[in-house]
Design a protein around this ligand. Structure first.
Ligand SMILES: Cc1ncc(C[n+]2csc(CCOP(=O)(O)OP(=O)(O)O)c2C)c(N)n1
Ligand SMILES: [Mg+2]
Length: 333
């Protein structure tokens, strides 16, 4: 969408547009706080932020029902938050605290929450795809009307699990929405340096799956595409695939010197910051003024501040408890 089209779309349903703006800002500010906490060594281990890609999770998540399932990658803080895992439980997990959504045992890459049907947090590239197909198969076999949404990077499309999962999902007509977050790089490897076919929707359609590409920096276009795809999946149209064209503004992880891409390229993409695009569209449409933006920022900042305070005040698991949950209760060695 052009800027004018986006302003018209925002004016069409300003409440939804403001909700999407808030959701993207929640993810951005949450992760900025994570980066700070990481620098202060309050968060340890591997950490991958989603900054720049927020429109994808915000747009897709906005069309899901509470009963649907979500499977994501290790770049999943935003997905967990937007699926409804409380910010303080996500932050406490990042800090490795017992109060976290996985008792601090998962950390950044393994957020998981059964209550919101959020099935991770999967650190293995493409590892979430067969999981999503299995969840959808279970729903089909139990006669439940649910959709499983699976997020993964374009790097996953080079893995065997991608091909196996697409094939079975299509063969068995399973209710899965595959959402490929194409940010052009898998760690330091550019897509066109590793794949002979860079048209990802075309690759997915080789499995007789309906597939198309979407501007993943435009949250309104993303939400609209997700709505169309989810409706089709729910109506029994079998698996669908969206290629969401996006970009990460930060390094792959906290340990990445970023030698594989130029500053110019990053800056060009930052001109299409999804939050700035929607904010401008709402302002142009006369649906967001300076006061409304300031109070949105203040509310989001307060949520993040409270989450960090909750995490900092949290407890570390006592060493004596470390073997719990390794085997089922009562059978620990
Ligand atoms: C099976 C497997 N191989 C290699 C890795 C190491 N690795 C971690 S992230 C990553 C890049 C994945 O890129 P992509 O799927 O595009 O996701 P992005 O990080 O860009 O979101 C690799 C190769 C891994 N985690 N799992
Ligand atoms: Mg990638």
């Amino acid at each position: 969408m052009s800027a004018e089209e986006m302003a018209t779309a925002a004016a069409h349903d300003p409440e939804v547009a403001r909700h999407l703006l808030r959701q993207m800002l929640r993810v951005r500010r949450f992760e900025e706080a994570c980066v700070q906490a990481y620098s202060a060594t309050l968060i340890r281990g591997f950490m991958h932020v989603y900054i720049g890609e927020e429109a994808v999770a915000a747009g897709v998540m906005s069309v899901l029902e509470p009963d649907d399932a979500v499977v994501a990658t290790y770049r999943e803080h935003g997905h967990a938050l937007l699926r409804g895992v409380p910010a303080e439980r996500v932050m406490a997990e990042m800090y490795g605290r017992v109060e976290g959504c996985c008792r601090g045992r998962g950390g950044s890459m393994h957020l998981f929450d059964a209550a919101t049907r959020f099935y991770g947090g999967n650190a293995i590239v493409a590892g979430g795809l067969p999981l999503a197909v299995g969840l959808a198969l279970a729903d089909r076999m139990s006669g439940r009307d649910r959709v499983t949404v699976c997020f993964f990077g374009e790097g996953a499309m080079a893995e065997g699990e991608f091909h196996e999962s697409m094939n079975l999902a299509a063969l068995w007509d399973l209710p899965v929405l595959f959402c490929c977050e194409n940010n052009l790089y898998a760690m330091g490897t550019a897509l066109d340096r590793s794949e002979s076919q860079t048209d990802l929707a075309l690759k997915a359609s080789a499995y007789a799956v309906s597939a198309w590409a979407v501007d993943g920096m435009d949250v309104l276009a993303t939400a609209e595409a997700a709505r169309r795809a989810i409706d089709a999946v729910r109506a029994g149209g079998g698996p669908h695939f969206l290629e969401l064209r996006t970009y990460r503004f930060r390094a792959h992880s906290m340990f990445d010197p970023e030698r594989y891409r130029s500053k110019d390229e990053v800056e060009r993409w930052m001109e299409r910051d999804p939050i700035a695009l929607l904010r401008t569209a709402l302002e142009t449409a006369g649906e967001l003024d300076a006061d409304a933006w300031a109070s949105l920022e203040a509310e989001v900042d307060e949520e993040v501040r409270a989450a960090a305070a909750f995490a900092e005040a949290g407890t570390l698991e006592p060493v004596d408890d470390l073997l719990r949950f390794v085997t089922s209760e009562g059978r620990t060695p």
